[in-house]
Every structure is written in C-alpha cells, then in structure tokens.
Design a protein around this ligand. Structure first.
Ligand code: GH3
Ligand code: MG
Ligand code: MG
Ligand code: MG
Length: 327
C-alpha cells in the first residue's frame, strides 16, 4: 500500500515491525566529565560499528543531545560539573530526546542515586568498573528497544495519515472532512469571519472513462487533485468528496473571494489540457463549481447545510451548461 499526503509527500510502504532488525551502526552519545573514565568507556563500546560521540561538558551536552539524533545516551552518574540527575531529567523532558534510551554508569553501592535515576527515566545502568561484555549486552538491548519504538511510531504515523487520506489523489478523504468541517464552521461562527465551501464536479467524467478507459480516468483525477493543491492556501482544506467530486473548505474567505479562486481554477482547468500517457495525448477537461459561505447563514445553519447549499449551486452550474461557477 502506498499513500500520498495532500502535500505530495510519499508515505512509503507500510513496513512490518521487526524488533530484531540489525542493531549495528548506532549513534551513541557519551556524557562524562572525566576524561580517563570516558576514554576507557569508549574503548569498551568500541567493538560494534557504533559511532560514539563524547562530550565532557554537561551544559554543552544538553544542547548536543537535542540536535544529535542519537540512538542512545550514556551518562556518567558521577559527573561533578552538573547534578547528574538534573541532566537526566532535562534530557527526558526535551521533545527531541523524550524517547531516547539513557544508560547510566554508576559507582557500585551508589544505590540511592541509582534509584532516583531510574525513577527519572534512566532506562538501564552498568556499574563501575564496567564489564565490557555486560556493557555491550545492555547497549544492544537499549538499541533494539529504540528501533522497535521508532518503527512503531512511524507505522502508527502512516496508519493515521492513511486513515484520513484518499489513496488515489492524496487529498484528504470524506471522513477527515466530516471530522473537521464542523469545527471550522463553529470557528467561523464565533469569530465572525466567513467560511466558504466550494464543491467541484468534473464535467462528463463518465465519458472520459468510456472513451479513454478507467486508468486514464484515474490519472485525470490525480492531476486535477494536484491542480487543486496548487491553487489553494495552506489553511484551506481540500478533500475528495466522492468519485469525481471534490470539496474545498476555505476559512476566512467570503463569497466574493471564493468566487475569484473558483473562477481561476475553472479557467485553469479549461485552458490547459491534461497530459495522458506521458504527454503523447492530451485531454480537455472542464469542471462545474458550486459555492456557498457562512455570510448568508441563519442561526440554525450547520456545516451540512452549508455543503448542501454549495451542492445546489453546483446543480445549477450543471443545468446552466457546465464549465461554470455558481454562487
Ligand atoms: P456530469 O457532468 O453531470 O457530472 O457528468 P458525469 O459523467 O461526470 O457524472 P456521472 O455522475 O454520470 O459519472 C461520474 C463518473 O465518475 C462515473 C464513475 O464511473 C466515475 N468515477 C467515479 N469514481 C471514479 C474513480 O475513482 N476512477 C475513475 N476512473 N472513474 C470514477
Ligand atoms: Mg453527476
Ligand atoms: Mg461529473
Ligand atoms: Mg459527480
């Protein structure tokens, strides 16, 4: 399954989650204000293909941790230049490092500090003197966990986007519109700033399918969706409302301005042909557009009624001969 977001971003293939995927070549950030201990640790970590970056100054480390995109942060819990627990809790609180595993290095017997560190969100620890094999094993475990969380987050993100996206065109789907239009409508009502709705239907689209085939029809829908995306603002919400019917909700837009946008889109579609089979053929397409806005809303108006009024205007545009905008 592939999906395109309204911005044209490719969402990629929805991957399966593999917690055992290769755990080598991680970026590890070591925060330790003791040069000798740090270099001993670096040698101990040194066997994997990991890239280890050491920072001796904890204050500087705070900034670097946020920017470094690290897979694991190892902190010497005996640092003196800063309270190590404050360092850990800061790293936990930053958005960029909220989920980055932290491995503490503690002195044997420093149980009180260890308990507090674990409480703050340090994921695991090793005691000094550090056993090389134990360190490797604990690093591997944290890296595996990190990869698992990353994969889980990105596939969740993809699922979320797919649930609100129309697969063919990459525009939002009707479900997304349903969940957002009421809020846009309410906001227009409370702010007193108009919300305009544009319903667009491709003219004689059935004959595009009949003459050129369903695949060509699909490509026309995709190109038309791209033209819509290029002609609206970031705050506008464009969705595929039905088969060859699209809806654009435009906040802070009165009927007069919506007409200008609609007329520009109608003309753009009518005047520049759609390219088929990589440019060898071209197809002329026209659209009919119906408009409505909250300017002429009464008290009992709703988002659904607003769409209905735009639909009625569209119906008029069709009856009037198509390739036109009616408000
Ligand atoms: P009108 O000017 O009155 O809108 O005529 P029309 O032919 O566009 O309208 P009609 O509702 O009769 O036909 C719409 C067609 O759109 C029929 C349907 O097969 C086609 N269609 C709907 N969804 C898709 C799709 O996802 N892909 C393709 N290729 N065609 C689709
Ligand atoms: Mg129709
Ligand atoms: Mg149509
Ligand atoms: Mg239709």
């Amino acid at each position: 399954l592939r999906a395109r977001h309204a911005t044209g971003k490719d969402l990629g293939v929805v991957g399966s989650i593999d917690p055992d995927s290769d755990a080598s070549e991680a970026r590890i950030f070591l925060i330790d204000d003791n040069e000798d201990q740090a270099s001993r640790l670096m040698t101990s970590i040194g066997d994997g293909n990991h890239q280890v970056i050491h920072e001796i100054d904890p204050e500087v480390a705070l900034g670097r941790a946020r920017l470094g995109d690290f897979d694991l942060i190892i902190i010497n819990l005996s640092i003196e230049a800063m309270d190590p627990l404050r360092l850990c809790s800061s790293i936990r609180s930053f958005e960029e490092t909220r989920l980055t595993p932290i491995l503490g290095v503690v002195r044997v017997g420093d149980t009180r500090k260890l308990v507090r560190a674990l409480d703050i969100g340090v994921n695991d620890y090793v005691t000094r003197p550090v056993d090389r094999n134990e360190l490797s094993a604990r690093i591997a475990t944290q890296l595996r966990r990190k990869r698992y969380v990353d994969q889980l987050r990105s596939s969740f993100q993809v699922s979320l986007e797919m649930a609100v996206t129309d697969q063919l065109t990459g525009l939002y789907n009707r479900r997304y519109l349903a969940s957002h239009l009421s809020a846009m409508f309410d906001r227009a009502f409370w702010t007193g700033r108009p919300l305009a709705v544009m319903v667009i239907d491709i003219d004689h689209f059935k004959s595009v399918n009949d003459v050129h085939g369903h695949d060509t029809g699909d490509r026309v829908l995709q190109e038309f969706a791209d033209r819509i995306t290029n002609s609206i603002r970031g705050i506008d919400l464009a969705c595929r409302y039905g088969g060859e019917e699209f809806l654009i909700a435009m906040p802070d837009t009165d009927l007069a301005f919506a007409s200008v946008v609609a007329e520009r889109l109608r003309q753009e579609v009518a005047s520049s042909k759609f390219k088929l089979n990589s440019g060898r053929d071209e197809l002329g397409v026209t659209v009919s557009i119906g408009l409505a806005s909250t300017e002429d809303s009464s008290e009992e108006d709703t988002a659904q009624k607003l769409i209905k009024r735009a639909d009625e205007a569209l119906y008029e545009a069709k009856n009037g001969g198509r390739n036109r905008v009616i408000k």
